[in-house]
Design a protein around this ligand. Structure first.
Ligand SMILES: *Cc1c(COP(=O)(O)O)cnc(C)c1O
Length: 386
C-alpha cells in the first residue's frame, strides 16, 4: 500500500521518553525542565509536552508567548516559562494564563508589576543574569538591584534565577560564566532574598556535568537525541525524528541530461532519477543540492541528491539501486536497513548545525507519532517494477 503522506516526520515518542529519563538520571537531584521551543525543535511541541506531563515534569520552557498559549490551548497544565523576553503586547496573555516570564531589566520588572496590579494577578518571574552571552539578561552588577525590585513588587513573585552559557566544555568562558553566576547568586541570597529555583544548564552543560549549578536544568536538543557538535553523544540518547518522503516520479535519463534549475547537475551515464515531494520549504537545506552534498536512503542504499533543491521537490540519482518503484519510501533522516543518516550528518553537509536542520522542517511535513521506529513499512518488494 502506498504511504498516506507525501512527506512526513516520524516522531518516536518512546525515544523521547528514554531521553527524558536519561536527562533525569544525569541531572540527579536537579529537576529537568524540558525546553520545547520552536515546536519542540521541529518535533511537535504538543505531543512532547503531553509526554513530559505524563512523566511528572514540573515546568516546561518555551521560546515565546505564542508557543506557551498553544500548549495551554491543547490542555497542558504544567507550569510554563517563556525563556526569552516577551514584548509589551504579549504581557496580558501571560497574566491571564499564568505563564512565567524571564525578567531582563529593572524597567521591565516595574512594567510587569504595574500591569499585573491592574489585573490583580501575581505573575511568576525568573530573573535572567547575563554572564557572558550578551544577548538577554541583566548585567551581574545590576542583578541584586533588580532582584530587590522584584522581591518588593507586590504583584511579582521571584520563582527563579537563571543564566545561559555561551560555551561549555571546560573552556575559560564556561568557567568564567559559572563563577560569575555563582557569585551573583550568593550576593542575592546573602541579601535575604529566597530563590526557589536556580537554573543554568542546557544540554551541553548537563552532559558536561560540570555545568550543572542549581536545582533545575533546561535541556532541549538532547531530548531529541542530538548533542551540540563539539560534544560526544552519550550512548543512551536516541534520535527521535526520521524524515521520509515517497517517490512520486521516476524517469530514465540518457547520459548528458541536465537536472533541475540551472541544469547544474548533468547525468554522466544513463541513469534513473527519482523525484521526492520535499524541498527547501519543507526544510531540506538548499545547499544540499549544490555539488551533490546530500544523500537519501532508498531500499537501504545511499543515493545522492542531484540538481538544485526546489521549493517543493528534490531529485535523487537512483541508477545504482535495483527495483526502485513509485511510492517507495525515501529516508532523508533516519534508518533504512543497515544504513542511516542522522540530523548531524545533514547539518555537516549543509554547513549548518543540527538544531537548524530539525527546526526547519516545515509545517507541510506531517508529524506522524509512533512508539517505535517503523522500518517494516519501508518498501516491500513489488512484483511489477515500473
Ligand atoms: C534553547 C535554550 C535551552 C536549551 O538548549 P539546548 O542546547 O537545546 O539544550 C536552554 N536555555 C535557554 C535559555 C534556551 O534558550
Amino acid at each position: 500500500m502506498a504511504p498516506r503522506h507525501r512527506a512526513w516526520a516520524e516522531i518516536n515518542l518512546a525515544a523521547f521518553r528514554t531521553n527524558l529519563r536519561e536527562a533525569a538520571a544525569v541531572a540527579k537531584q536537579a529537576k529537568v525542565w524540558p525546553v520545547l521551543k520552536a515546536n519542540a525543535y521541529g518535533h511537535g511541541a504538543i505531543a512532547a509536552a503531553k509526554i513530559c506531563e505524563a512523566e511528572g515534569i514540573n515546568r516546561i520552557g518555551v521560546g515565546d508567548s505564542r508557543e506557551a498559549l498553544e500548549l495551554r490551548e491543547s490542555g497542558i497544565r504544567t507550569p510554563l516559562l517563556v525563556l526569552g523576553t516577551v514584548i509589551d503586547s504579549e504581557l496580558p496573555d501571560m497574566l491571564t494564563h499564568q505563564i512565567e516570564v524571564g525578567v531582563h531589566s529593572e524597567l521591565r520588572a516595574r512594567e510587569l508589576n504595574n500591569l499585573a496590579s491592574k489585573t490583580r494577578k501575581v505573575l511568576g518571574v525568573h530573573l535572567k543574569i547575563d554572564t557572558g552571552m550578551a544577548r538577554l539578561g541583566v548585567r551581574p552588577e545590576a542583578a541584586l538591584r533588580v532582584a530587590q525590585t522584584i522581591h518588593e513588587a507586590p504583584y511579582l513573585e521571584l520563582r527563579g534565577v537563571m543564566t545561559h552559557f555561551s560555551a561549555i566544555s571546560g573552556g575559560k568562558t564556561a568557567a568564567g560564566q559559572q563563577a560569575l553566576f555563582t557569585s551573583t547568586l550568593h550576593e542575592i541570597q546573602n541579601s535575604g532574598i529566597v530563590i526557589p529555583s536556580v537554573h543554568c544548564a542546557s544540554s551541553a552543560a548537563l552532559y558536561a556535568k560540570s555545568g550543572v549549578i542549581g536545582n533545575a536544568v533546561r535541556p532541549g536538543i538532547s531530548l531529541f537525541g542530538i548533542l551540540p557538535r563539539e560534544h560526544s553523544k552519550p550512548p543512551n540518547l536516541q534520535a527521535v525524528l526520521s524524515l521520509r518522503a515517497q517517490v512520486v516520479f521516476l524517469k530514465d535519463l540518457p547520459s548528458g541530461t541536465p537536472v533541475g534549475y540551472g541544469g547544474r547537475w548533468v547525468s554522466h551515464r544513463p541513469t534513473r532519477i527519482a523525484t521526492l515531494p520535499i524541498g527547501y520549504n519543507d526544510g531540506i537545506p538548499y545547499r544540499l543540492g549544490a555539488e551533490g552534498r546530500g544523500n537519501v536512503l532508498l531500499r537501504g542504499c545511499r543515493c545522492p541528491i542531484v540538481g538544485a533543491i526546489s521549493m517543493d521537490y528534490c531529485t535523487v540519482d537512483v541508477g545504482h539501486v535495483p527495483g526502485v518503484a513509485l511510492s517507495d519510501v525515501a529516508t532523508l533522516i533516519g534508518r533504512d536497513g543497515k544504513e542511516s543518516i542522522c540530523a548531524e550528518e545533514v547539518a555537516e553537509a549543509a554547513g549548518t548545525i543540527a538544531y537548524e536542520v530539525t527546526c526547519s522542517i516545515g509545517a507541510r511535513v506531517r508529524r506522524v507519532f509512533c512508539e517505535e521506529n517503523q522500518p517494516h513499512i519501508l518498501n516491500p518488494i513489488k512484483k511489477t517494477v515500473t
